[in-house]
Design a protein around this ligand. Structure first.
Ligand code: NDP
Length: 504
């Protein structure tokens, strides 16, 4: 029986059971040091659970389990590995409401969003890569006569995955699904702030029959468990999502055994609205681009750039929509914006509101915590719209919250200069009726992803990742399968006449 049946109040929901230990070699175990970490409900500051804290020694245990599981898992017929992932996708869909509530409780994502985005996207990612497992083919290369040269794709071995707190369900699926489909074994560290859905997914993996040791979950702190994953000599590859600063630390730590790396780092997405854009669609899309998940998204459209001819009309509608967004308990299905995921992060975002004021920015709306006493104990920040200048810190640094910096531009050349004027290069969007301009900008934008008359679309088939300080490597699609495999070139002399190199 789940917590909802006991009471009809959706905000009173409590998980029927919660996994709070480390998951190593198919067992739920305490950390080697016996430490625990409180997992906090960002809505009211209450403790949801005390989870076991993974340390470096636990990462070592997990790597050992993964190493042991690797020969059988990588040798399993790809179709059978895929079948397990397909089963997992079905299980996730069966538990859509429960998983959504768990994610809402722990992260602050509105339950509403988890039902249309997080959980369905998680399920389709496992399904896509389940289907991919036996379709990711090698190739035959036309080399000189008499030789057969073929390219096989081999799993890299034990992979380490470090996942942040902003989209735990989805981000763990983006990392685990391709890695498993390709035949790797995993040591994954969810953020200690939001580990609950990852632990639940590990439990489901066991339920559908993924063998012990194939996936090991070690929630712990970044400077201990995370750092050990980054440096571990037996981990062949690390996939990391997080800040650019920590990404750099991971690169340095990985040098010991020259790990393969995949880095999905920050962003400062330009969302450009041209004078000929369809305004209602651009207003709605731009609101989703920044307000979804309280702006805690690497691809958030956090720089809103408006052509001067439509800026006033656009802002009137955009600010009106922003001020109408319903903040509240994420478990309430009517809530459209929840709290930020942690107190520390909430303070970081409020500090940026102060920076905006110091820089002479105009806070058009927001800039503070909400007045509502029912939200006073939570990590809430009102959605904040600031008029700022391209060089301002709030237009250059990742705020990672419900905070959008608005700028205007005169023409296409200025729009491109502003859009490309940060160190980041992850996602960008543009709104225009002019097809020529749309394609020109798609080519010229410094970004790994561009959305035209839309924003923040993702699909397991479409590569996700950035350029510049937004990192390298790609999640999703065939690109992700390449990331989780090594190409092996095999030469077979079938009938080659090779003249002797040292004729005697
Ligand atoms: P971090 O980059 O510090 O954390 C991301 C993950 O890396 C966490 O699991 C963290 O663990 C882990 N980590 C921390 N230190 C190390 C280390 N030395 N070696 C290996 N892993 C480590 O991000 P924050 O959570 O501090 O957020 C700060 C800012 O980063 C945000 O405001 C935002 O700008 C950006 N960010 C971007 C994300 C994205 O999706 N691209 C996601 C998250 C953050 P732990 O939680 O214990 O520190």
């Amino acid at each position: 029986m789940d917590g909802m049946s006991a009471s009809n109040d959706p905000t009173a929901w409590k998980p029927a059971s919660l996994r709070s230990k480390l998951f190593i070699d198919g067992q739920w175990v305490d950390g080697a040091d016996g430490g625990t970490i409180d997992v906090i409900n960002p809505h009211d500051g209450s403790v949801i659970a005390a989870i076991a804290e993974a340390t470096a020694a636990d990462v070592d245990r997990a790597v050992e389990a993964a190493r042991k599981a690797f020969p059988a898992w990588s040798a399993m017929a790809a179709m059978d590995r895929g079948r397990l992932l397909l089963k997992l996708a079905d299980r996730i869909e069966e538990e859509q409401a429960e998983l959504g509530r768990l994610e809402a409780l722990n992260t602050g994502h509105p339950f509403r969003d988890t039902q249309i985005l997080d959980v369905p996207r998680t399920a389709v990612t496992y399904r896509y890569f389940g289907g991919m497992a036996d379709k990711f083919e090698g190739s035959v290369i036309p080399v000189e006569a008499g030789f057969l040269n073929y390219l096989a794709r081999e799993p890299v071995g034990v992979v380490g995955q470090i996942v942040p707190w902003n989209f735990p369900l989805m981000f763990t699926s983006w990392k685990m699904a391709p890695a498993l489909a390709a035949g790797n074994c995993i040591v994954i560290k969810p953020s200690e702030i939001t580990p609950l859905s990852t632990l639940r997914i590990a439990e489901m993996m066991q339920e559908v029959g993924i063998p012990d040791g194939v996936v090991n979950v070690v929630p712990g702190y970044g400077h201990t468990a995370g750092a050990r994953i980054a440096e571990h000599p037996e981990i062949a590859k690390v996939a990391f999502t997080g800040s650019t600063a920590t990404g750099r630390t991971v690169v340095k730590a990985s040098a010991g055994n020259l790990k393969k790396l995949q880095l999905e780092l920050g962003g400062k997405g330009a969302n450009i609205v041209f004078g000929d854009a369809l305004i209602p669609a651009a207003v709605g899309g731009s609101a989703f681009a920044i307000w979804h998940n309280q702006g805690q998204a690497c691809i958030a459209g956090s720089r809103l750039m408006l052509h001067e001819s439509i800026a006033d009309a656009f802002m009137e509608k955009f600010v009106g929509l922003t001020e109408s967004i319903r903040l509240g308990n994420p478990l309430d299905p009517a809530t459209e914006m929840g709290p930020l995921t942690s107190k520390v992060h909430r303070q970081r975002v409020l500090d940026y509101c102060a920076v905006a004021r110091e820089e002479g920015g105009e806070i058009v709306t927001g800039g503070t915590a909400p007045d509502d006493p029912a939200l006073a104990a939570g990590c809430y920040v009102r959605p904040t719209v600031v008029r700022a200048k391209p060089g301002d810190r709030v237009c250059q640094e990742e705020v990672f919250g419900p905070f959008v910096s608005v700028m205007t531009f005169r023409d296409d050349a200025e729009a491109l200069e502003i859009a490309n004027g940060t160190d980041y290069g992850l996602g960008s969007g543009l709104w225009t009726a002019d097809l020529k301009r749309a394609h020109k900008f798609a080519g010229a934008l410094h970004a790994g992803m561009v959305w035209i008359n839309s924003y923040k679309r993702v699909n397991p088939g479409s590569p996700f990742g950035g350029v510049g300080r937004s990192g390298y490597g790609r999640e999703m699609g065939f690109e992700a399968m390449r990331e989780y495999t090594h190409p092996k070139s095999v030469w077979v002399n079938v009938d080659a006449q090779i003249p002797p190199y040292y004729p005697r």
